[in-house]
Ligand binder design. Structure first.
Ligand SMILES: [Zn+2]
Length: 276
């Protein structure tokens, strides 16, 4: 039993997108065991998003002991959003102190799930695959690139905590810890564990300057991605330039970040440094 991505607006009835393995499982029924503080149950047993925020819903399979949770962000309806953002408020977001929320070990900065050298994910955080939104966005980007005679593919998408542990340890053995830290994330600190990051085409500095890398740099924001570790920003992101590593943020936010020319750390006014 798995729950896929979900987006909600205030007032929406929450319809969880629950999938089952095997797909032909006979009993596909679950019950809510916990609903977070931004949701409420109506008299028909539906879950309604009553206000903006980030909160968790936990469900349990009716007969088996399977328990799954999903963190859902509820955004105000567009109308209210426009009202609120009519003045310069939005322009100043990046100068303001970020709103940092920790939900079950996951860090949300202004509502965005953040993983870098400062903020990590719990060992057991395991979405199991790329987020559906991120994968769909990649497919759209891949098609657009194809029209420009550019071939894109995912070289590395979702990576679990244990896979990252193996990768990082092998790099430390090869290059030593100090050097490994400039290009590989410590376990729990890899953005790949979120399911929102992917490495495209060639994971190697030879990718820089290729038509594919140039195309990605110029266009990826249109499909909801940003180049997460840009050139010349090593001190801020904590990583060497990676023209192949993109992070899915959704079209609206990716375009905003792209237009500022800032890294995600600068945009949100946060750091990326290991504590030791
Ligand atoms: Zn990567």
């Amino acid at each position: 039993m798995n729950i896929r991505d979900l987006k909600a607006e205030t007032g929406d009835t929450i319809k969880l997108n629950v999938t089952y393995e095997p797909e032909n499982a006979t009993l596909k029924e679950y019950e809510y065991t916990k609903i977070g503080d931004i949701f409420m149950k109506d008299n028909k047993g539906n879950i309604i998003a009553k206000k903006d925020g980030i909160s968790k819903i936990t469900i349990k399979h009716k007969t088996q002991k399977l328990i799954k949770s999903i963190v859902i962000k509820v955004d105000a309806k567009k109308k209210e959003e426009v009202k609120e953002n009519n003045d310069v408020k939005e322009e100043n977001t990046s100068n303001n102190e970020p709103e940092i929320k920790n939900i079950d070990g996951l860090t949300y900065v202004n509502g965005i799930l953040i993983v870098n050298k400062t903020y990590s994910l719990p060992k057991d955080y395991d979405p199991g695959s790329l987020s559906v939104d991120a994968k769909n966005a990649f497919d759209e980007m891949q098609n657009a690139a194809k029209n420009d005679n550019i071939k894109l593919w995912i070289a590395s998408g979702y990576r679990s905590y244990s896979l990252q542990t193996n990768l990082y340890n092998s790099y430390v053995l090869k290059d030593g810890k100090t050097k490994a830290d400039t290009y590989s994330a410590r376990p729990g600190h890899s953005e790949h564990q979120t399911g929102f990051a992917m490495d495209l085409n060639i994971i190697d500095s030879s990718f820089e300057g290729t038509p594919e890398a140039i195309w990605i740099e110029k266009n990826c924001y249109k499909y909801g991605f940003i180049i997460r570790y840009p050139k010349g920003k090593e001190e801020i992101t904590g990583y060497k330039y990676e023209p192949w590593h993109v992070r899915y943020l959704g079209k609206e936010l990716a375009e905003k970040v792209y237009n500022t020319g800032k890294t995600l750390e600068e945009y949100l006014n946060i750091t990326s440094k290991y504590s030791e």
